[in-house]
Structures are given as C-alpha cells and as structure tokens.
Design a protein around this ligand. Structure first.
Ligand code: ADP
Ligand code: MG
Length: 274
C-alpha cells in the first residue's frame, strides 16, 4: 500500500529525515516509534503530500506522489499532531464543513456514521472548544474518516491524554484495522506501539534503525533485563534468556530480573531513550 525509498528532508544543516525506506502492507497498522525530534511528523507530512521531500520516492497505492498528488489525497485521511479543529463550531458542524470541502455524497449520513463510530453522537451540538482533550482527538479522527479513506495517517494520536482515554482511542483504531483500513501512526509511547502495531519502525535522528514486529524487535535486543543499583543510579543489562539473566544477576548485589520491553529494545538499538 505504501512504498518509500531513500527519503530525505533537510532543514538547513539539519537532516530531519535521513534516507528512510519502508513498505506498508494493505490492512496493516505500521508504527513509527521515536522520541521528540526523531523525524516522525516530517515523515508523515511528506507521506501525506503536505511537504516535499528533498529526494527519494513515495508510492501510495501504486501512485507516485510526485505525479499523482490529487489521486493520493483522495485515498488518504490525515490526523495531524496539532488539533486544528474549528473551535467555534459545534462537533457536527466541524464535520459538515469538512464533508462540504471534500464534496462528499450523502454528507449528513457520513457525518452521522462517523459521530457514532467515535462515540460523539451525544456531543453533536457541543461547541468544539468545550470538548475534553480526548473528545477533541476523537473528533479529529472522525473528521479524517469522513471520506472513507483506504489509508489513515495518525501523528501521535494519544499524545498528552490520560491512560484510560488513550485505551479508548486504541480500541477505535483497532476497530478501523478490522474494517481493512491501512494505518500508519507515529508515537513516542512504547506501549501504544506494542499494543496496536503489526510492525514498528524504530526512528532515531531521522534514521530508521530497524523494522519488525513488536515481539521480534524486543527479542532481537534481549528478552530479559537485569537491573541493579550502582554508584551512577541503575545499571541495566539486557540478556537473551533467563539463564543468562540469572548468571548476571548473581554477580550484582540487589539485582532484579524483569522481562524486557520495547523501550529497552529502543535504547539498546539506538542509544536513545523514548
Ligand atoms: N519547519 C521546520 N524547520 C526547521 N526545522 C524543522 C522543521 N520541522 C522539523 N524540524 C526539525 O526536524 C527534526 C524532526 O522534527 P519532527 O519531524 O517534528 O520530529 P518528531 O515529530 O519526531 O518530534 C527536529 O530536529 C526539528 O527541529
Ligand atoms: Mg511530531
């Protein structure tokens, strides 16, 4: 569904996206996981035609983005990182205006369907600035789905939200995958990537360090983590199996063994924390 090769974007001397390549299969949820400044938003903006790469190629559903920009725009939905709702309009009118912009058929029915899907039907007459952060995020996703896109891009869909509200949004995103929508999301939350994504690309300083399933990424870095207090704080050692973890722990006073997680893998592979 998506094929990216040798993608580069520079801002002055800063290489925000550095020779990035990836492929996303139909129906997959692909996650770009990386800390602030890794290049997630820049990548999403290039994939969604909002900014032009310095070099490299992007194909979306077989369309070369350099040539078929409008065709691609009709196929995709975009949920930006910043909340760009019309805060003075009601929930319903935010969607109606957008449906009008996109010249959708049966606007009212599409709007109602999206309100229902995202649990916003009861809030339809509420002014958008009166909604909670979680509800605003839902409205942004509902808006991106009005045109029934084949591919949905979500840039940090749950940033700054409470854990319980994040889970609700995860459920909604998982529902979309079950309906066959291909999804690309970015996140700096290890748990979000692990729960939602079929495959994850680890992004650090504009470079994609590794791409694999959450399980394989974790295993490739080490399955068990030994943590022991030392003079600088905590000493951490990743081990491939429990036997080795126990050997390491036996040498370190106060050591604890726990299963490794995706964040451990990220640090091991990139030297950076999420
Ligand atoms: N419009 C811009 N002008 C200059 N530098 C930018 C611009 N957009 C992004 N950058 C820089 O590019 C890098 C990647 O940014 P971004 O893609 O927003 O990362 P992320 O979304 O992963 O936090 C950062 O160092 C950021 O400061
Ligand atoms: Mg960003």
């Amino acid at each position: 569904m998506i094929k990216v090769q040798n993608l580069v974007k520079r801002y002055g001397s800063k290489c925000a996206v550095d020779n990035l390549g990836l492929e996303v299969q139909p129906g997959e949820i692909f996650g770009l996981l990386g800390p602030n400044g890794a290049g997630k938003t820049t990548t999403i903006r290039m994939l969604t035609t909002l900014c032009k790469p310095d070099s490299g190629t992007i194909e979306i559903a077989g369309h070369d983005l350099r040539i078929k920009r409008d065709a691609v725009r009709r196929l995709i939905g975009v949920v930006p990182q910043e909340r760009n709702l019309d805060l003075e309009l009601t929930v319903q009118d935010n969607l109606m205006v957008y449906a009008g912009l996109y010249q959708l058929d049966k606007r009212r029915q599409r709007v109602d369907a999206c309100l229902d899907l995202f649990g916003l039907a009861a809030e339809r007459m509420t002014q958008a600035d009166k909604l909670s952060g979680g509800m605003q995020r839902r409205l942004l996703i509902a808006r991106a789905l009005l045109s029934q896109p084949q591919i949905l891009f979500l840039d940090e869909p749950t940033i700054g939200l409470d854990p319980q509200i994040r889970r609700g949004i995860w459920d909604s995103i998982a529902t979309l995958r079950n309906e066959g929508v291909t999804i690309v999301l970015t996140t700096h939350y290890m748990d979000e990537a692990a729960v939602l994504c079929n495959r994850i690309g680890l992004l650090s300083n504009g470079r994609l360090r590794m791409t694999d399933t959450p399980g394989n990424l974790q295993i490739s870095a080490g399955s068990f983590m030994v943590e022991a207090p030392d003079s600088n704080g905590i000493k951490r050692t990743l081990c491939p199996d429990r036997e080795q973890a126990e050997m390491v722990a036996a040498l370190l006073p106060g050591a604890l063994i726990r299963p490794a997680n995706l964040e451990d893998a990220f640090i091991a592979l990139t030297g950076q924390e999420l």
